[in-house]
Design a protein around this ligand. Structure first.
Ligand SMILES: C[S@@+](CC[C@H](N)C(=O)[O-])C[C@H]1O[C@@H](n2cnc3c(N)ncnc32)[C@H](O)[C@@H]1O
Length: 394
C-alpha cells in the first residue's frame, strides 16, 4: 500500500485535493477504479492535520501519513524539539512507543544509534518509509512489543516512552496504570537499562500523584503551546529521590516563558493577599497546571486576590511576567445599562476565576459579545465576588 500511495500520480492527486471534502472525494472513486481511494482519502485527512502540527513532514515529498488516530496521538514538531532539548548527546537511545515517529526524529541528531520500537506493523512500516524520505540513517525500526524488546536489549543512554492513552474500548485514559505499555510495571527494568528515562503523559495527569508513583523523578516539565498545556514530561534516573524541579514552560510565537520551582518551596510559603491594585496578573496555563500558586506571587512580589482565584496584583508592572498582564481600569457592575456607558461597543473578552457565574451566563445576562479591547475579570477577592474592567498590557 505504501508503494501505491507513493506514486507521483497519487501524490499529486493528494496535494491537489488537500482542501476537498472526504465524502465528495469518495463519491468520485469510480473515476479511478485502480486507485485505493479509501486510503487516499485517509492520506488527505491526515495530511491536512499535519500542516500546522508537523510542518516539515507536511512539506517533505513522499511522506506517508498514518490514520487520523495516530496523527492525533503523535507529538507536534514544536513539543518534540523541546524534548530533544532535554537530552544530552549520547550513543544509544530507544523510543519504546514509536508511533508515527515524530519524537524519535527530534532525538535523532543527538545520538549515534536511535531505536524505534512499535508493535503496530502498519505504523512501523510507514515510519520506516518516512525516515528514509526525511534522510535519517541512524534510526533503526523494530516492529516488536517494547516489553519484550527491553528484556532482550542492553544499556541505553536514554529511554523515551509515550504510552498509548486509549483503553480496550478505544476510550481515552489518563492514569499511568491504564496506559499501554504500563510504565509502572516497566519501571524497575527502565531504570536498570538506562541512565535517563523520559516519560510523556496526558496533560490531565495529577503531577504529585505521578511523582509518588514513579518514585525516581528528577524533573517534571509542564509543556504548554500558546497557553494550552499539551503534555507532561517526567525525567527519571535511578538516583533521583523526591522533590523534583517543576519546569513550567509556555511555547508561544517568538518567545518561551519558563518558570521553575519545587513543591518543597511552594509548601513552605504563605501567600500575601490584598485587594486589586493597578495591574492584574494571570499566570500562564503551565504554571497553573504545575501548581506554583504561592511561589509565583512571592517571587515576583505580587499579592494574591483570594486563595482560590489564582489571580495576582501589584502597583508596578512586572517585566516578562510568565502569563498575561493587564492594567486595571475600574471595578464594574454587570448591569446592562451601566455596561453600555462604559463599553459602548458591547464587546469584551471575559475571564471567570472563582466567581458564581460562568462566562456563558455573564454573556447571556449582559448581552456582551466576544472580542474588543476590554478584558473583564469576574473573580473574588477576600471581600467577595467582583468584576474588573481591564486593558491588556502583554
Ligand atoms: C502515543 S503513541 C506514540 C506517539 C509517538 N510519540 C509520536 O511522536 O509519534 C503510542 C504508541 O505506542 C504503541 N504501543 C503501545 N503499547 C506498545 C507495546 N507494548 N509495544 C510497542 N508499542 C506499543 C502504540 O501502538 C502507539 O502507536
Amino acid at each position: 500500500m505504501i508503494q501505491a500511495l507513493s506514486t507521483p500520480e497519487i501524490q499529486q492527486f493528494i496535494n491537489d485535493h488537500l482542501l476537498s471534502d472526504p465524502a465528495t472525494l469518495m463519491l468520485k472513486a469510480n473515476k479511478y477504479p485502480n486507485w485505493p481511494m479509501k486510503e487516499i482519502v485517509t492520506q488527505i485527512q491526515s495530511k491536512q492535520k499535519a500542516k500546522k502540527k508537523l510542518p516539515t513532514w507536511f512539506s517533505t515529498s513522499r511522506i506517508i501519513f498514518p490514520p487520523l488516530l495516530s496523527m492525533e496521538q503523535c507529538s507536534s514538531e514544536l513539543t518534540a524539539a523541546y524534548k530533544a532539548g532535554l537530552a544530552e548527546k549520547g550513543k544509544r537511545m530507544v523510543d519504546l512507543t514509536g508511533g508515527f515517529g515524530v519524537d524519535i526524529s527530534a532525538f535523532a541528531n543527538l545520538f549515534s544509534e536511535c531505536h524505534y520500537v512499535e508493535r503496530n506493523e502498519g505504523l512501523s512500516a510507514i515510519a520506516q518509509h518516512n525516515f528514509e524520505s526525511l534522510g535519517f540513517q541512524n534510526l533503526h525500526v523494530h516492529t516488536d512489543d517494547s516489553i519484550r524488546f527491553l528484556k532482550e536489549n542492553r544499556a541505553f543512554d536514554l529511554i523515551y516512552i509515550d504510552p498509548a492513552r486509549r483503553g480496550d474500548r478505544d476510550q481515552k485514559v489518563v492514569s499511568l496504570n491504564d496506559c499501554e505499555p504500563n510504565v509502572i510495571d516497566l519501571l524497575p527494568d527502565l531504570l536498570v537499562k538506562s541512565k535517563r528515562v523520559i516519560i510523556k503523559t496526558s496533560p490531565l495527569l495529577d503531577i504529585k500523584g505521578a511523582i509518588r508513583e514513579l518514585q525516581h523523578v528528577a524533573a517534571v516539565h509542564v509543556v504548554a503551546v500558546g497557553n494550552e498545556v499539551k503534555e507532561l514530561l517526567f525525567e527519571l534516573n535511578a538516583s533521583a529521590e523526591g522533590d523534583p524541579i517543576i519546569h513550567c514552560v509556555n511555547l508561544t510565537k517568538g518567545k518561551t516563558e519558563q518558570f521553575d520551582f519545587q513543591f518543597s518551596e511552594e509548601e513552605e510559603l504563605l501567600s500575601t493577599f490584598g485587594a486589586m491594585r493597578k495591574y492584574l496578573y494571570e499566570p500562564n496555563a503551565s504554571i497553573l497546571k504545575g501548581g506554583g500558586f504561592k511561589v509565583i506571587g512571592e517571587r515576583l512580589k505580587l499579592r494574591k486576590l483570594h486563595p482560590n482565584s489564582h489571580l495576582y496584583t501589584a502597583d508596578v508592572l512586572v517585566d516578562d511576567f510568565p502569563g498575561r498582564s493587564f492594567e486595571v481600569l475600574d471595578e464594574i457592575s454587570l448591569n446592562k445599562k451601566s455596561l453600555r456607558k462604559i463599553i459602548p461597543t458591547m464587546k469584551a473578552n471575559i475571564t471567570v476565576r472563582n466567581y458564581p457565574m460562568s462566562v456563558a451566563q455573564i454573556r447571556k445576562k449582559t448581552g456582551l459579545k466576544e472580542g474588543g479591547e476590554d478584558y473583564l475579570f469576574a473573580t473574588s477577592d477576600q471581600m467577595g465576588a467582583k468584576v474588573f474592567q481591564t486593558r491588556k498590557v502583554t
